[in-house]
Design a binder for this molecule. Structure first.
Ligand SMILES: NC(=O)c1ccc[n+]([C@@H]2O[C@H](COP(=O)([O-])OP(=O)(O)OC[C@H]3O[C@@H](n4cnc5c(N)ncnc54)[C@H](OP(=O)(O)O)[C@@H]3O)[C@@H](O)[C@H]2O)c1
Ligand SMILES: *[C@@H]1O[C@H](CO)[C@@H](O)[C@H](O)[C@H]1NC(C)=O
Ligand SMILES: CC(=O)N[C@H]1CO[C@H](CO)[C@@H](O)[C@@H]1O
Length: 276
């Protein structure tokens, strides 16, 4: 199989960084991107091409970035929408600006970038778009509405995309990951909306401690998770000869979240079904 060309967002750490190394080890080409180019300079020595890319950049800048990406090898085969971050805070404390910022990075950025890649993929009659969603899309938690809501929005947008793009031969993969050891919950990366209300102070302190205590203790092995996704895209390993599902729930805790939620909703619908 000819090497695939991958374009990956958010490769300065975590899943993105593991993707770059995995893709290179598979003999494919990768255009690794990050908001701050100096953070991924080292990936050049590893064999990647690198490009500055902030997924929240305005349209004209994103247009230019996609053209630049196409310039490396004349095509892109796989887009991995990976960049994302966590905003925590209580509903009442989350400002519209907080919400716009996280939806810009976790939802509108990936949508914009994907919209720009689709014309190329349609011309190629091929291409794969990977979205790093989360099992968090399935289950809201107190103090976590902004992040979980952003991943739920992404899930909603991508389900339709998958069906629209299947006829022209374009694959869409929604990865719904449980918790994996990355820098997502590193206290330096997690944003917390300060509370304006005395009633929430205790809770905000708890939230602050929560990210800290979860950070580094996630059950998921990021290397293994990434390898599973790369196999899915390439139809190798576990995916060889298999019809790869659109939705891949990654990690045992992610599967539990989704299964528990699905069961809860089924039970709820059944319990109240005679109302209608
Ligand atoms: N780890 C988990 O448990 C888990 C579970 C489910 C889903 N996910 C999803 O997986 C994806 C990757 O996260 P991770 O866990 O690998 O966390 P991570 O180690 O914090 O990596 C996140 C990456 O996103 C980048 N980023 C943030 N905002 C960006 C922007 N506006 N434009 C471009 N890049 C940006 C960061 O780069 P900078 O250096 O520029 O900040 C960083 O490289 C995210 O979408 C996350 O929601 C993670
Ligand atoms: C996405 O594209 C729209 C339309 O060009 C633009 O207004 C917006 O700033 C872009 N980025 C985000 C994160 O919404
Ligand atoms: C069920 C689930 O995954 N909920 C997530 C909601 O988002 C927070 C981060 O803000 C996660 O810690 C939760 O695990």
């Amino acid at each position: 199989m000819a090497p695939l060309v991958w374009l990956i967002t958010g490769t300065s750490s975590g899943f993105g960084l593991f993707f770059v190394h995995s893709v290179l080890a598979h003999g494919d080409k990768v255009i690794a991107t990050a908001r701050t180019l100096s953070k991924i300079q080292h990936l050049k020595e590893a064999g990647a091409d690198i490009m500055q890319l902030d997924v929240t950049a305005p349209q004209a800048e994103l247009d230019a970035k996609v053209k630049e990406a196409m310039g490396f090898y004349g095509k892109v085969d796989v887009l991995v929408n990976n960049a994302g971050y966590v905003q925590t805070g209580n509903w009442e404390d989350l400002s519209h600006e907080d919400l716009l910022a996280i939806f810009n990075t976790n939802v509108f950025g990936p949508i914009n970038l994907t919209r720009l890649i689709l014309p190329y993929f349609r011309k190629q009659h091929a291409g794969t778009i990977v979205f790093m969603g989360s099992s968090a899309a399935w289950q809201g938690n107190p103090g976590a509405s902004a992040y979980n809501g952003s991943k739920a929005a992404l899930q909603g947008m991508v389900e339709g995309l998958q069906q629209e793009m299947a006829p022209p031969g374009i694959k869409t993969l929604l990865i719904e990951a449980g918790s994996f050891r990355t820098e997502l919950l590193d206290p330096k990366n997690v944003k917390l909306a300060p509370t304006n209300f005395k009633e929430y102070e205790k809770y905000n302190n708890w939230l602050k401690g929560l990210a800290k205590s979860l950070n580094g203790a996630q059950v998921g092995d990021t290397r293994k998770g990434v390898e599973t996704v790369v196999d899915a895209v390439k139809g190798k390993g576990w995916a060889e000869g298999k019809e790869v599902p659109f939705r891949l729930v990654l990690g045992s805790d992610g599967i539990k979240t989704v299964v528990d939620k699905a069961k809860e909703v089924i039970a709820l619908c059944e319990k109240w079904s005679d109302l209608f």
